[in-house]
Each structure stands twice: as structure tokens, then as C-alpha cells.
Ligand binder design. Structure first.
Ligand code: GDP
Ligand code: IMO
Ligand code: MG
Length: 424
């Protein structure tokens, strides 16, 4: 079986931390979509590590980490990530496998990302500028460059043809983007040497054999379901299928092999980049969440927008993913607030609705809140569920009833150890 762990909000829910915590139960951890736009933070013995393309099982010595075909790989970013882990004696050759069918982000994809965003002006997506949209555009447009191409003679011609096309496209977009192509290419070609030291596999064959051999696989989501290309707050989304259905196409395993689907959410909500966010707070409460939660993007360092938990949106993403268990993160951040709120319906053009509507523009959706009693105690030292405040347990019980899915894990701090299992 392949279990899935993914984010239910707009990303940064704490996926990396939980994958690292659960990794010991699995033989293989696999990324199925996204690319260097992801920033997954792991805190091990007080030391922080941020992963972008490498799956979050890399710090466990016996676990194989696979980058699946649905991921887009920027060799420059991957090299930096690998170099950054030099002190850990990780045998990347054995422990980090890459699907030949994964697409490659070229330096010019990053340039097109920057140019497109500049051209959009105020309507920009707020992209991480990692070239994600343009790489998936070339994939869907059947122009893409894949990891397996590096093994074929003449790959440089293929690379050059694509770069030439990109340069023409940049001319058409016609905004002033400063770049030194020679420098970008030197960095790119240098990173290919590191990439080629890793093992390339036919991921779909590898996974199906692993399943026949009884191996346990955990698929690690990147971004969040509200950033999904089909079901997110389009066009303010990323360019991949971040939802559970993406596991099948992003790894090459049959849908019937999917077992548990764990949905990770914060006890409140954050969003980085542009786009609608019904429960966003613009007041001191929002600022306090940002400050206590250290809400800055792990990839770009941008401040994250903050607001109350949105149960209407959460129910929507739970349904789309078929979530079987929930994991609530950053409960410690809400300690000490006067009152806790969660949106339980929306006022939508003078109607009260409980579904996530097609059109969420500023002003047409107002959250209708339910109030909850707060908890004051510092949770960061809590180690047993019995020590959790009653009011926090009431908040959890309400969420479970609203969503009809159990909350299995409560996280009370960034460290591996600050994780409390509510249900076995
Ligand atoms: P991801 O992209 O879903 O892996 O999440 P990020 O790593 O981008 O953002 C989550 C942030 O919250 C990171 O800085 C984590 O170290 C931190 N974090 C995770 N769980 C908790 C928690 O329970 N409490 C607190 N205070 N921080 C947490
Ligand atoms: P993890 O895996 C939060 C957001 C960007 C932007 C939009 C499109 O760490 O949860 P893109 O670079 O894909 O073109 O950006 O999506 N975004 C994320 N927000 N966490 C992420 O990943 C994100 N990856 C992309 O801010 O609004
Ligand atoms: Mg993140």
C-alpha cells in the first residue's frame, strides 16, 4: 500500500516535520509533485533543516527517498540542497533515487517565471520564481526536457533548442529582466555533474515492484490542496496536482494501491503569495499569529499572511483528497490568545453557504465564525495527550465533528519530539 501525507491549506502546514516523524514506519518516502518551490522544515535535536526537492525521509539511515516522475527538478537547486547536507554523511547514490520521467527546470524557465510575473503587474500570482509554472507548461505542451534525456546522446542539442525557444518567448513577453545567460548556464552545467552521480530509475517500474515485494511507501505532498491546479483558488495556485489523485500520476502507481490519506493542517491558516484568503486577519491578532508562529516562507523568506482556521475550506479539501486522518500542527502558537475562532460558514452574496464556492474574490465571501474558549498554557513541553488543555480538546472535538474525520496527531512545536499521538 501507498500511504499519502499532504497539506490541506495553502502550503506550509508542517508536512516536512510529520513526514520525518512518521518516516520510520516506511521503507520508501516519495515526492510526487512540485519542485524547488516547496520548503519543508525538519527540526532534529534543535537543528533546523529545510528541504526543497529531496523527500523528508533523508535523515533516516535505512529509508530510500525517491523523487517521482510528477516532480520538476532544478539541478541547480538540488545541487545546493545536496551540498548543504554534506556534514551528514548521507549516501545519496543509494538513498536518493530519481525518476527518469521527472521534468527538468532549466535556468530559462526561471527567467520566464520572473518575466511572466512582472508582466502580470498587480495580478501576479506571487510565485516563488523557481520556474515551476514554465516547466509544467513545457511538460503539458510536449516540449519538456526530462531527467532521462541526460543519459541520451545529443541531450545538449535538445537543451539548446529549448533554450532558444525560451529566449524567443522572453522577447515576446517583452519586460525588462536582467540576466547573464552564460553565468546561469555555467551554474546549470556544473550542477549536472552532481545530478549524474545520483541513481536514475524508471520510477513506475520501481514502485510497482516495491509494492509486490511488500514494501511500505509514503507519498509526501508539496504545496497544499488549495494550491492545486484543478481545485485550488485558481489562478492563484501552483501548476501541479497537489491532491491525493496526484500520487497515482506522479509516481506511476494504480489508484487502488492508495491506503491511508493523512491530511495536515495548522490550527489556524497561512498563505504566502497572492490570492483569496477569506479568514485573513489584518489586525493585531494576525500579527501575533505571524510573530508567534514565525510565519516566514521557508523557500523565499516572504512573510506569510495569517488568519483563523477555515473549516469550510478544510472540509472541501478533506473531501477532495479522501482524507482518512487529520494532523493538527502549531497548536502551541494559539496558546495565550483571548479567544479562538474558526470559520464554519460563509456569507456569500447575502446567502449563507457551507461549501467552498467557485468565485472567491475580495469582498464577496465573508467568513461566519464560531467562537471557542482559548487555552493559556504553554504547550511546547507537553508530551502526553492527558496534559493537553481541556479547551484545546474541545476545539479538536468540534473540528472532528465538523469534518467527520479523526484528528490523530497534535503538534506542539517544530521538533520531532513535540508530537502527540491522540489515537493509535
Ligand atoms: P511544510 O512546507 O508543510 O513542510 O511546512 P514549512 O516547513 O514550510 O512550515 C512549517 C513551519 O512550522 C516550519 O518552520 C516548522 O519548523 C514549523 N512547525 C511545524 N510544526 C510546528 C508546531 O507544531 N509548532 C510550531 N511552533 N512550529 C511548527
Ligand atoms: P510547501 O511544499 C506555500 C505558492 C506561492 C504562490 C503560488 C505559486 O512548502 O508547502 P509557484 O512557485 O508554484 O509558481 O507559486 O504557490 N507556493 C507555496 N506556498 N508553500 C509552498 O510549498 C508553496 N509552493 C508554492 O507562494 O502563491
Ligand atoms: Mg513550506
Amino acid at each position: 500500500m501507498v500511504d499519502v501525507l499532504l497539506g490541506l491549506q495553502w502550503g506550509d502546514e508542517g508536512k516536512g516535520k510529520i513526514v520525518d516523524v512518521l518516516a520510520g514506519n516506511y521503507d520508501i518516502i516519495a515526492r510526487f509533485q512540485g519542485g524547488a518551490n516547496a520548503g519543508h522544515t525538519l527540526v532534529i535535536d534543535g537543528k533546523k533543516h529545510v528541504l526543497h526537492t529531496i523527500p523528508s525521509g533523508i535523515f533516516h539511515p535505512d529509508i530510500i527517498n525517491v523523487i517521482g516522475n510528477g516532480v520538476v527538478i532544478d539541478p541547480v537547486s538540488l545541487k545546493k540542497e545536496i551540498d548543504g547536507l554534506a556534514d551528514f554523511n548521507i549516501d545519496f547514490k543509494k538513498r536518493l533515487l530519481i525518476s527518469r520521467k521527472a521534468h527538468v527546470t532549466l535556468p530559462t524557465h526561471r527567467l520566464i517565471d520572473a518575466a511572466s510575473e512582472t508582466a502580470k503587474g498587480k495580478a501576479k500570482i506571487g510565485s516563488t520564481l523557481k520556474g515551476i509554472g514554465p516547466t509544467y507548461m513545457d511538460k503539458a505542451g510536449r516540449n519538456g526536457f526530462r531527467i532521462g534525456d541526460f543519459e541520451l546522446p545529443g541531450w545538449k542539442d535538445k537543451y539548446r533548442a529549448l533554450v532558444d525557444k525560451h529566449l524567443k518567448l522572453l522577447d515576446c513577453i517583452n519586460v525588462d529582466i536582467q540576466f547573464d545567460l552564460d553565468e546561469l548556464e555555467a551554474e546549470f552545467f556544473n550542477s549536472i555533474d552532481t545530478l549524474k552521480k545520483l541513481k536514475f530509475i524508471d520510477g513506475e517500474i520501481y514502485f510497482n515492484k516495491a509494492l509486490k515485494d511488500g514494501k511500505k511507501i509514503l507519498a509526501e505532498g508539496a504545496q497544499g490542496s488549495l494550491l492545486d491546479i484543478n481545485f485550488g483558488t485558481y489562478p492563484y495556485v501552483t501548476s501541479s496536482t497537489t491532491t491525493a489523485a496526484g500520487v497515482s500520476i506522479g509516481l506511476g502507481i494504480p489508484p487502488k494501491q492508495i491506503g491511508k490519506v493523512s491530511g495536515v493542517f495548522k490550527a489556524y491558516t497561512t498563505r504566502v503569495g497572492s490570492g483569496p484568503f477569506p479568514t485573513e486577519l489584518f489586525d493585531e491578532t494576525g500579527q501575533l499569529m505571524a510573530k508567534k508562529g514565525h510565519e516566514f516562507g521557508a523557500t523565499t523568506g516572504r512573510p506569510r499572511r495569517c488568519g483563523w482556521l477555515d473549516l469550510v475550506a478544510l472540509k472541501y479539501t478533506v473531501d477532495i483528497n479522501g482524507v482518512t486522518e487529520l494532523m493538527m500542527m502549531k497548536s502551541d502558537v494559539l496558546s495565550g490568545f483571548e479567544q479562538i475562532k474558526a470559520a464554519t460558514s460563509y456569507k456569500y452574496f447575502d446567502q449563507e453557504i457551507q461549501h467552498f464556492p467557485f468565485n472567491i474574490d475580495e469582498g464577496n465571501v465573508q467568513p461566519v465564525y464560531t467562537d471557542f474558549k482559548s487555552w493559556q498554557a504553554d504547550l511546547t513541553g507537553v508530551t502526553k495527550k492527558e496534559q493537553l488543555p481541556k479547551t484545546l480538546m474541545q476545539y479538536i472535538a468540534y473540528i472532528e465533528e465538523y469534518i467527520s474525520v479523526p484528528v490523530k496527531i497534535v503538534s506542539v512545536g517544530p521538533d520531532r519530539k513535540q508530537t502527540i499521538e491522540l489515537k493509535a
